[in-house]
Design a protein around this ligand. Structure first.
Ligand SMILES: C[S@@+](CC[C@H](N)C(=O)[O-])C[C@H]1O[C@@H](n2cnc3c(N)ncnc32)[C@H](O)[C@@H]1O
Length: 258
């Protein structure tokens, strides 16, 4: 069962965000709907690493309210397919960006094997207990040799104190082993670039202020805020760091003919 704090963070807040964007105007939509901590520099790195081009079928697993996929469609001309288990987040992505959204869990992706040219999975792996199943499914739906872009929060040591509810951060060694076991070759990994432009941050903050003004009294708001504060504290203390990863789907080996 999903922890109430995660439902608050990923579902309630996504719905409230879409309503606030509708009040403030659509230029607020992408910054406010990038809820996995991706900034323009991070998204550009992932897009270049994955060699996104016009027409690329990009599957965004755990797409949330759709900000990263909409950014990739606008800047790189990709054809995104969003997959997200939280119903209000799915509705938010459809309302804000008109993108196709599948309401489903990333550990059971209802798509054909090899049907995606590339995949993104941003800020999701840490929130999923069965990380092997999630990565295995992503690998299954990727075409052989296709790229996966990840944003992952990685733990420095094995014990992380006061993690956000439902989050389990892999160590670097665990992350590398998970990718390898799923048949994904790690090509490159960097710290998430800093330097979010003020123009982007301000738009996201304006939306957050409207959400706060409308929902500060809600229990879900307090739960979601606590999740965010816990992650900020872990990042500030250096217990965890945000990483961008480019991996490629290892082509399946043919069984030898005997
Ligand atoms: C931190 S948010 C990031 C959202 C989006 N990727 C972004 O960058 O804006 C994590 C997302 O992962 C989704 N998620 C959690 N468990 C999942 C699962 N088993 N399969 C797919 N998505 C999942 C959550 O519902 C949430 O929308």
């Amino acid at each position: 069962m999903t922890a109430p704090a995660m439902v608050a963070e990923f579902d309630d807040v996504a719905g409230w965000t879409a309503e606030a964007v509708e009040t403030l105007g659509e230029r607020h939509a992408i910054p406010a709907a990038c809820r996995g901590s991706a900034n323009p520099a991070a998204l550009a790195w992932l897009a270049e690493a994955c060699e996104l081009t016009p027409g690329t079928r990009l599957l965004d697993v755990g797409a949330g309210a759709g900000g990263p996929a909409a950014w990739a469609a606008g800047r790189f001309g990709v054809r995104p397919i969003l997959l997200e288990p939280m119903p209000a987040a799915c509705r938010a992505a459809a309302r804000l960006f008109g993108l196709p959204v599948i309401t489903a869990d990333g550990t059971r992706i209802p798509l054909r094997a090899g049907s995606a040219d590339a995949a993104w999975c941003l800020g999701v792996l840490d929130t999923v207990r069965d990380k092997a199943a999630l990565l295995g499914e992503i690998r299954r739906v990727l075409a052989p040799g296709a790229s996966l872009g990840l944003l992952v929060v990685v733990a420095r040591g094995r014990r992380v104190r006061a993690a956000p509810e439902g989050n389990h951060f892999p160590t670097q060694r665990e992350l590398a082993a998970l990718l390898d076991a799923a048949g994904l070759d790690l090509v490159e990994q960097i710290d998430r670039p800093a330097g979010t432009p003020l123009a982007w941050t301000r738009r996201a903050e304006r939306v957050a202020a409207v959400v706060a003004a409308r929902h500060r009294g809600d229990r879900a708001y307090a739960l979601a805020a606590d999740q965010g504060e816990r992650l900020s504290r872990l990042l500030a203390s250096g217990q965890v760091s945000m990483q961008l990863v480019h991996a490629v789907s290892r082509p399946l080996r043919r069984a030898p003919i005997t």
